[in-house]
Design a protein around this ligand. Structure first.
Ligand SMILES: [Zn+2]
Length: 269
């Protein structure tokens, strides 16, 4: 038997109904907040620069390279942001900035050959971790580590003399970084950079270094004179533009490798 609803119960039900009827209004408010957060967040929160909002900044160049290099894979916007968050984390957090192998930079006393191997090992270690996460269904984490791996592959170009090498050694260098078994050619050099610089010394301009980062890195259009110098071997492109082009090429090749590795299990874009 149903209980008869008394008057006070009735009125509370009515109140509930009223609140429910009012819901579209609060939903409307939530929608406004969501729109503002989604579309204007980079302007409201500069921290969103990790997605490449700040122009003329090095973080943005990694985003441009990654965007172009991953074009054939049609990543969704959210996946791309995930990849970029991993990618630029190396240039964002002090403990990662100081890890030379995450940027293919050569610490004091380290040989070009040693940093070549160290940087390659770090890049493939992240790639392996990324693919393991994807295979386990942890796509979010996997894309983050894929981005971390790409950062190293991209810095391999701009923090070395790759674009200056003759064709034969350039091919050898590309084979080295894209093929686990190949050794690097002797002519391949990496920029000197050490976070533990002495007093009066800059991390990218170590005293006595023959190939310092600040004078030889090709990671900004006008970073130094080297960036602006033109190369006949690259149809008169500047060294920065040539490095950008090679970094895009390597990004695509690494993504192909990665795709090949994970595609039997799960989609990663
Ligand atoms: Zn870097």
């Amino acid at each position: 038997m149903f209980k008869e609803i008394n008057v006070s119960q009735k009125s509370s039900l009515l109140r509930y109904q009223e609140i429910f009827d009012n819901k579209p209004n609060s939903l409307f408010f939530i929608k406004i907040v969501l729109i503002v957060t989604l579309f204007y967040s980079p302007k409201l929160f500069p921290f969103s620069s990790v997605t490449g909002y700040i122009k003329h900044d090095n973080l943005d160049i990694h985003a441009q390279i990654t965007d172009k290099g991953l074009e054939p894979f049609h990543f969704t916007n959210i996946s791309f942001r995930n990849i970029m968050a991993g990618n630029v984390s190396h240039d964002f957090y002090p403990n990662l900035i100081n890890k030379a192998e995450l940027h293919c930079d050569r610490n004091r006393g380290v040989t070009h050959r040693d940093i070549a191997q160290k940087c390659k090992r770090a890049a493939y270690a992240f790639l392996k971790r990324a693919s393991t996460y994807i295979k386990e269904g942890k796509v979010f984490k996997g894309l983050h580590f894929f981005g971390k791996s790409l950062h190293i592959f991209q810095d391999f170009v701009s923090h070395s003399n790759l674009v200056d090498l003759d064709k034969k050694d350039r091919v050898l260098s590309l084979n080295f970084i894209l093929n686990r078994a190949e050794p690097p050619p002797n002519s391949l050099k990496f920029t000197g950079w050490d976070g533990r610089a002495n007093k009066g010394e800059k991390a990218g301009l170590l005293i006595g270094d023959m190939y310092p980062h600040d004078l030889n890195a090709k990671d900004k259009p006008n970073g130094n004179n080297e960036c602006k110098r033109k190369l006949k071997s690259y149809k008169n492109k500047t060294k920065y533009e040539a490095s950008f082009q090679e970094a895009v090429r390597i990004t695509t090749e690494v993504a192909k490798m990665f795709n090949h590795d994970v595609k039997k299990k799960k989609s990663f874009n």
